[in-house]
Design a protein around this ligand. Structure first.
Ligand SMILES: [Zn+2]
Length: 232
């Protein structure tokens, strides 16, 4: 093998490696665990303990009426470095509620409560039951909110699903940039708590990195977001 050929081979190898790095080939797959209907003093705290032990950052979609009475837990979630999203004040089906009423009485109110405890105004909004009209989505997004649903739903709220089935659904459906819907309040979430360590283990074995939803979506929490402006 002559010298010139070796240099050429080396050069082509470097170009190939750089190209693969740029294309994300060498990057870890990312996944966001999200927990709806928080906070409560039982299951949310158990979930927080597991996430802390496993060094995982996640996202909590909070119900305003729960957050209002659980300030200590709201602060703890924020302090542990998790992302906080807005899940309305009453957790009703808002199909017939006008955009203005929803922003004022459900989303704005919840945002104020979260801001009061953490100093952060969430920009992420997840509608209860995932129901939202296109016109309402546009209305909210024009006011600085990002409406986010999910890509994997293991139906952890249904106690007919065993923890093993919940783990299997998440692990089987996991892809790069998946958003996993789980619950940690507003009902019996014991199956979710049991499943969580195995979900984390299974996804880590598949080389997934756990990220906050705002990071997955390329956003950052906007501390300057003006609630008053959002109400207009
Ligand atoms: Zn919910």
């Amino acid at each position: 093998m002559n010298h010139c050929f070796r240099v050429k081979t080396l050069f082509l190898s470097i170009v190939l490696i750089m190209g693969l790095m740029e294309s994300g080939f060498c990057q870890k797959k990312k996944i966001a665990l999200t927990f709806d209907d928080s906070p409560d003093s039982l299951y949310t705290c158990r979930v927080l303990k597991i996430l802390k032990k496993q060094k995982v950052h996640a996202t909590f979609f909070m119900i305003g009426s729960f957050a209002e009475h659980n300030g200590k837990i709201v602060r703890k979630i924020h302090r542990q470095g998790h992302c906080i999203g807005n899940h309305s004040y009453h957790h009703l089906n808002f199909w017939n509620v006008s955009g203005n009423d929803l922003v004022n009485n459900e989303i704005g109110r919840t945002a104020s409560i979260i801001h009061q405890f953490t100093g952060v105004t969430p920009r992420l909004y997840r509608p209860p039951y995932g129901d939202i009209q296109d016109s309402l989505r546009t209305y909210l997004e024009l006011r600085g909110y990002k409406v986010v649903l999910w890509t994997i739903d293991p139906k952890d709220w249904d106690l007919h699903n065993t923890p093993e089935e919940i783990v299997r659904t998440v692990v089987d459906q996991a892809k790069d940039s998946s958003i996993v819907l789980l619950h940690c309040g507003n009902g019996d979430r014991s199956h979710t708590v049991t499943a969580l360590p195995e979900i984390i283990k299974g996804l880590r074995n598949m080389d997934f990195e756990f990220v906050r939803l705002d990071d997955l979506l390329g956003m950052t929490e906007n501390k300057e977001m003006d609630i008053v402006k959002a109400r207009n």
